[in-house]
Design a protein around this ligand. Structure first.
Ligand code: PLP
Length: 392
């Protein structure tokens, strides 16, 4: 019997999706879970009118770059919000989520054996996507300063992937750091792929898009999404911004793999773009306020975390407990009914961390969950079996 491809067999599954699949199973059994593992914030969104959507076009394939109206709306957004001019005809492609956008951008830039530098903590899919392109991920351990990225650059370096703002820490790269990385990319002739999926979840003026510093996009490519900003993760609409000749290559991949993002959903987002922005802007601000409140709770419980004040995630330290991140999250879910994502999914140097997301649970439930997390850390540090302590 033929085997599935070795490259795919060797790929790890997505830690966050694995945990969330278990959460859905438990919820189906009627078990109440405090969900801190979701990769999205839940917004209060009405179903906006469907009448203005063009019928019957919504039923059919659409332009493989994305419908022009949505391309124009996204380009205007990047120009107005981040000062990045983008040509909707040549420099933007809409696809089925930024996950696909990132993978297609990798396929368009990488040859087998090329090296991809990925700083940790790294969102769970970069490493596996690079591997699926037959490239070699070069993981930079936690907290490596930007001025030291050069140390892993070789003649085979083809791509650096940065996540700005970062999932899971919430850290934002400064303009100076981005400039430093662009200078490095220019010196060694590699691309930088900036995943800006959380570009709106930042305190005022904290965020610089990489596109602003490389307006000709000689080295910069950008991926982003409506999943987080509009709270429409299930609609699978993401996009890539790149210079015209690179985008042409990504377009071919998109044509062969998905044809186009779902036409009806593109029209919905295009028609209601401004309404969706108006509805979500205050809710994003509320998420950032909640983040500040949770940061206060973490301090009061003496829970440590990586620095950062953007996104709706925290990357919590679980040392000095003896449990590694997988075992910690398994216990948290199976015994405490709280879901979080093991840090190991974000790179080998992240095994003494777990990621929590504050986007879906209430502040009261988060507070309760943090107390249980504190307790589990303390129990596992004291070497007394956790079960035994619970029964004492
Ligand atoms: N990039 C980052 C950093 C993410 O956290 C996610 C989702 O969790 C994605 C990309 C993928 O988002 P989507 O494919 O829904 O656009």
């Amino acid at each position: 019997m033929p085997e599935p491809a070795h490259t795919v067999r060797c790929a790890a599954d997505a830690a966050s999706i694995r945990i969330n699949t278990r959460v859905y199973e438990l919820q189906r059994q009627g078990i109440d879970i405090i969900v801190l593992s979701l990769g999205e914030a839940h917004f209060d969104l009405p179903l906006l009118p469907l009448d203005p959507l063009p019928h019957p076009q919504i039923y059919h394939y659409s332009h493989s770059r994305g419908i022009p109206e949505l391309r124009e709306a996204i380009c205007k957004y990047y120009r107005d919000a981040f000062g990045v001019p983008v040509d909707p005809e040549q420099e933007l492609l809409i696809t089925a989520g930024s996950k696909a956008a990132i993978h297609f951008a990798m396929m368009a830039t990488l040859e087998p054996g090329d090296e991809v530098i990925i700083p940790e903590p790294a969102w769970v899919s970069y490493r596996e996507q690079a591997r699926l392109c037959r490239a070699e991920p070069i993981m930079l351990p936690l907290a490596t300063p930007v001025c030291e990225y050069a140390r892993v650059v070789t003649t085979r370096t083809r791509l650096l992937v940065i996540n700005n703002p970062n999932n899971p820490s919430g850290r934002v790269y400064t303009a100076g750091e981005l400039q430093h990385l662009l200078d490095l990319a220019r010196r060694h002739d590699f691309f930088i792929l900036a995943d800006e999926a959380y570009s709106d979840f930042t305190p005022a003026d904290a965020f610089t898009s990489l596109g602003r510093l490389d307006p000709a996009r000689e080295h910069a490519a950008i991926c982003n999404s409506i999943s987080k900003t509009f709270g429409l993760s299930g609609w699978r609409i993401g996009y890539v911004i790149a210079r015209a000749d690179l985008l042409e290559q990504i377009l071919k991949i998109n044509q062969h793999i998905i044809t186009c993002a779902p036409t009806i959903l593109q029209h919905y987002v295009a028609v209601h773009f401004q309404t969706l922005r108006d509805l979500t802007a205050p809710q994003i601000r509320a998420v950032l306020d909640k983040r500040r409140a949770v940061a206060g709770l973490l301090n009061s419980l003496n829970l440590t975390r990586l620095p950062g004040d953007a996104t709706f995630y925290f990357f919590l330290g679980i040392a000095p407990g003896s449990l590694r991140s997988e075992a910690f999250c398994t216990r948290l879910l199976e015994e405490e009914r709280i879901s979080a994502v093991p840090g190991i999914g974000y790179g080998p140097s992240c095994d003494s961390f777990i990621r929590i997301s504050i986007g879906a649970a209430s502040l009261e439930k988060i507070e309760y969950a943090l107390q249980r997390i504190r307790q589990l850390i303390d129990q596992s540090a004291s070497r007394v079996p956790v079960r035994q302590m619970q029964h004492e």
